[in-house]
Design a protein around this ligand. Structure first.
Ligand code: ADP
Ligand code: ZN
Length: 433
């Protein structure tokens, strides 16, 4: 498939795009109103009917959908297609209680695959590439999402999933992977395993990586690119909206292009819930425009971002969202100060001698919040004098203080001391109860 054919929808005129979006929005709202009880009730409470949606701005008339709505209707209460038309189910991990279950028709899978193909094309992938896909296969959307998208692009997929990291290094090498996809934290694990095996990823044909499913900073990007000799692209998505492939960075890497002919983005003020103008930071909200089995209307992602509407240098006309610095849920409140793990990551990686593996432990001692940051450092540093290590601790603590304005205890660990994850990294241990 020619590159242009894959991504033609990324380059349509703004006017044509808005027209497409409005038509699709009207159809989606009508479908959800007819078929999803919870949505219809919410509309009725507000005295709104589908025909009230006359312009894209009218989207603000529609009720929001939140995660608990999807839990309360477990497993299939929000489906808009009969099960006979549902060809696949996925579920989000759901840290507590019941997971969120989403369904796809054949058409939904096709659209999703096209979006992932466009996401990969954003990062310069094309037919003939070999994708080493180390996202987990299963109920998690990452593995199968990338899988079908890469096939739609005409690439060769190696469906390796997570785990057995040393074998993965061997396969990457032997199969000549040119692309890789996984969480950024798992990729670091792969780099490390390769090193131990005496393989430098820099010597492989590997050219680009598509990393997502968790927040990662530009500092982390720099480390990854240096160590592996690749270009690292940010891929974003969430189960409720379909999975990966909702948005992706292009080669300009100044935000992620949203495939907004299928997923209409809004930014709202997290407290007032009012829509915010382009450029302002707030909570990202999505309305699906073409989904059949599981349409979502104004789904509140809890992810913080902003929409950039200016034309991108790559020529794509679809708008961009700023990289997701954090989920709202991930925010820690330490002695009244808001702290995001990504801020700690950026601070740590600004110090040369740190390795990109860290954890945060929060506890309460005598009623006061204490934060401890554990970070790995190269083994050879441990042979240095205690004074040198103390100086490093101090440098790290200062770097963190500089970013979050809180003094934290820093623990230096040997390489490999922290647990490695195969999927999303678990950075925070909050023991405050
Ligand atoms: P769960 O909610 O169980 O983690 P999902 O896989 O659906 O299951 O997670 C989607 C969430 O993962 C997003 O809402 C966002 O918080 C996070 N996420 C996904 N991709 C990225 C990314 N590229 N950058 C930052 N966060 C991301
Ligand atoms: Zn671009």
């Amino acid at each position: 498939m020619a590159r242009q054919a894959v991504s033609a929808a990324d380059f349509v005129s703004g006017e044509a795009l808005r027209e497409t979006q409005l038509g699709r929005l009207q159809k989606t709202v009508a479908r959800a109103y007819e078929r999803v009880a919870l949505f219809r009730e919410r509309m009725e409470e507000r005295g709104i009917r589908p025909e009230h949606i006359q312009t894209l701005k009218d989207i603000a008339l529609l009720p929001f959908t939140v995660k608990t709505d999807l839990r309360d209707t477990y497993p299939t209460g929000m489906f808009a297609s009969p099960m006979a038309e549902v060809v696949r189910l996925h579920a989000s991990s759901g840290t507590t209680g019941k997971p969120i279950v989403v369904g796809y028709t054949k058409g939904d899978i096709d659209v999703w695959s096209q979006c992932v193909a466009r996401a990969l094309a954003c990062g310069g992938a094309h037919a003939g590439d070999v994708l080493h896909n180390a996202y987990g296969y299963g109920l998690f959307t990452g593995g199968l999402g990338l899988h079908y998208g890469a096939e739609a692009l005409g690439a060769t997929v190696v469906p390796v999933s997570g785990g057995n990291t040393e074998r993965q290094v061997m396969l990457m090498k032997d199969f000549g992977a040119t692309l890789v996809s996984c969480t950024p934290s798992y990729f670091l694990h792969l780099v490390e395993a390769a090193e131990k095996m005496g393989v430098s990823l820099r010597d492989l044909p590997l050219r680009a990586g598509f990393f997502g499913a968790e927040p990662w900073t530009d500092a982390m990007r720099q480390r990854i690119e240096e160590e592996a000799g690749i270009k690292a692209f940010d891929i974003y998505g969430l189960t409720e909206v379909c999975g990966p492939g909702v948005a992706n960075e292009c080669e300009c890497r100044n935000g992620l292009h949203v495939f907004e002919d299928h997923f209409y983005p809004e930014i709202i003020h997290p407290d007032t819930l009012e829509p915010l103008p382009d450029g302002e930071e707030g909570e990202l909200v999505f309305t699906s425009l073409t989904k059949e089995a599981f349409p979502v209307i104004r789904y509140r992602t809890r992810d913080l971002s902003a929409i950039f509407a200016e034309r991108c240098d790559c020529g794509r006309t679809i708008r961009r969202i700023r990289r997701i610095r954090a989920r709202n849920d991930d925010m820690l409140i330490i002695r009244g100060v808001n702290v995001f793990p990504s801020q700690v990551e950026a601070a740590l990686l600004s110090v040369d001698q740190t390795l990109p593996h860290f954890g945060i432990e929060v506890s309460r001692v005598d009623g006061l919040d204490q934060m401890e940051v554990q970070v790995e450092i190269p083994r050879h540093l441990f042979s240095d004098e205690v004074r040198t290590l103390e100086a490093l601790q101090r440098t790290i603590s200062d770097a963190i203080f500089h970013v979050i304005n809180i003094r934290v205890n820093v623990t230096l660990l040997a390489p490999g001391a922290l647990p490695r994850s195969e999927g999303k990294a678990k950075r925070v241990m909050d023991k405050r109860g």
